[in-house]
Write a protein that binds this ligand. Structure first.
Ligand code: MV4
Length: 506
């Protein structure tokens, strides 16, 4: 029996992930409380929840709303929510929030604050993992406080090196240093950038891995000491440290490597006394050596590819774990089956340097059919606000093999019609037909290389053919008058003649 089954959960998030959590709650018979900002008044998560509470009367800034710890806890208390699901982003990895929720007697659906704090400091995490015998990228164990120390570490591991912010993660505050002469200025730049971005100037050094793959392992740990791994996700297709396509399993990972990475990830979780869902990130070099990079202490955007290949519902499991239940399976019970690939659909214009493109969603025809899942936060007529992350929805294809998943995803991307705003569907039409992607020849530099010549460098032959035929029909139909823009200027168009011959009204 659960130690404290929940009957009401507050979701401290918005968009598709808030909708995803509401779905899990519905299936578990748990009431949901949405929170929202003024611009999200009519957002899908607000419409789907049982109750909804405005976070701020006029401001829609993230700070005043989805990042407002005091206000969210006030709403939770007021509504009688026994637990809070933070989703991803916003407060999901904020140890202060997790601690404040616990102190208020509200269960935070995620790890304990101490585990989040440990993983929040990349240097502390590296030290803990070193003690636990987990392989990590060679470099400084802790912080490098002085230039002399940086020089000594770099000399030992060899150039090129990476300077990274201890409080960073996800690529923020990184500096690549190719030669010893570049070290002094890079060291100062990294420290001041870290201070500005995170209020903490601590930096550390790693050897540079060339063209690494980013592969991560999903783990689940209950509050009774049980921990399992759920296979890997290949997340190398990124742009500016933002993932664009993720898949499970990775075409590069053998069963033996999966087991080794999985067991390592479980050791990472256990070394941190980790509970609930978490992800251990690894960099993998060309020789298929894997190195611990960091641990994400939240549910991730790309969790659906793991759900599809394991048959598990990660959000339900998160809630059950937070309620004190034991994991309902052991490692031996977990079987991976098939292949899943996810595209992140963003309101940004790939033809215009990926500029965010907020605005009202016009005609929306979402794909469906065999093997297709769409986790969406939008609907026709919804205004995508410019205040937050521009993720609109996630399109996920499942198939028995990578080939089938890829074919289904291509088909679904072509079915998808999204009017009114700019979006990155054209990017997927390109990537999913790229021979290198089809052959899974991907690393963290793959997308930048593909985009170097611009998206439209390789024209879509089918689209060009359709356009040419449409233009020819138009010309045939309207002749010279078409240029004058007058439909009635040609009372005897071939279409009208044809229609009259068929006995139709013209
Ligand atoms: C690295 C690296 C190469 N060598 N560290 C970027 C995100 C952050 N989590 C770590 N990152 C990297 N760290 C060493 N020692 C290359 C990257 C990297 C990267 C990593 C994962 C996914 C995409 C990436 C894109 C560029 C660089």
């Amino acid at each position: 029996m659960a130690r404290h089954a929940f009957n009401k959960i507050l979701i401290a998030n918005r968009g598709e992930i808030a909708v995803r959590v509401i779905r899990a709650c519905r299936e578990l018979g748990i009431r949901t409380v949405a929170v929202y900002s003024a611009v999200d008044r009519a957002a899908l998560h607000v419409l789907r929840a049982d109750e909804a509470c405005l976070l701020h009367p006029e401001s829609s800034s993230a700070g005043d709303t989805y990042l407002n710890i005091e206000r969210i806890l006030e709403v939770a208390r007021h509504c009688g929510a026994q637990a809070i699901h933070p989703g991803y982003g916003f407060l999901s990895e904020n140890a202060e929030f997790a601690g404040a929720a616990e102190a208020a007697g509200i269960k935070f659906i995620g790890p304990r604050a101490a585990a989040m704090e440990l993983m929040g400091s990349k240097t502390n995490a590296r030290r803990a993992m070193q003690s636990a015998g987990v392989p990590f990228v060679p470099g400084s164990t802790g912080a490098v406080a002085t230039l002399d120390e940086a020089r000594a570490v770099a000399a030992e591991i060899g150039f090129p090196v990476m300077l990274k912010a201890a409080a960073g993660g996800g690529g923020k505050g990184m500096r690549l240093v190719r030669r010893p002469a570049e070290l002094p200025s890079a060291f100062e730049a990294a420290r001041s950038e870290a201070l500005r971005a995170f209020g903490d100037d601590e930096v550390y050094i790693e050897r540079l891995l060339e063209r690494p793959r980013h592969i991560e392992i999903q783990v689940l740990a209950d509050e009774h000491g049980n921990c399992v791994y759920l296979g890997e996700r290949e997340c190398s297709v990124q742009r500016r440290h933002q993932k664009v396509i993720e898949e499970a399993p990775s075409a590069a990972v053998s069963p033996a490597m999966r087991q080794a990475m999985g067991e390592t990830a479980v050791r990472v979780a256990q070394a941190a006394a980790y509970t609930n869902a978490g992800t251990v990130e690894f960099l993998v070099d060309a020789a298929m050596n894997f190195y611990f990079l960091e641990m994400n202490t939240r549910l991730q955007v790309e969790h659906p590819v793991t759900e599809l290949t394991t048959g598990l519902d990660l959000v339900k499991l998160q809630i059950q774990i937070a309620a004190g239940e034991r994991l309902p399976f052991s490692q031996a019970d977990i079987a991976l089956r098939g292949h899943a690939i996810e595209c992140r659909i963003y309101a940004e214009d790939p033809e215009n340097n990926f500029l965010p493109s907020p605005g009202v969603i016009g005609r929306l025809i979402a794909p469906a059919g065999p093997g297709i899942r769409e986790d969406s936060g939008i609907y026709e007529g919804f205004r995508v606000p410019l205040e937050y992350d521009p993720l609109l929805s996630k399109l996920i294809a499942y198939g028995a093999t990578r080939q089938e998943a890829l074919e289904r995803l291509r088909r679904a991307v072509d079915e998808y019609f999204l009017g009114g705003i700019r979006h990155n569907l054209p990017l997927f039409r390109r990537v999913l037909r790229d021979p290198a992607f089809a052959a899974a020849e991907i690393d963290t530099g793959y997308l930048d290389r593909l985009l170097q010549g611009g998206l439209s460098q390789k024209p879509d032959e089918e689209a060009e053919l359709v356009a040419a035929i449409a233009a020819a029909i138009f010309e045939w139909q309207h002749g010279e008058e078409a240029a004058a823009g007058s439909e009635t200027a040609n009372p005897d168009s071939p279409w009208k003649r044809a229609a009259r011959q068929e006995g139709m009204r013209s």
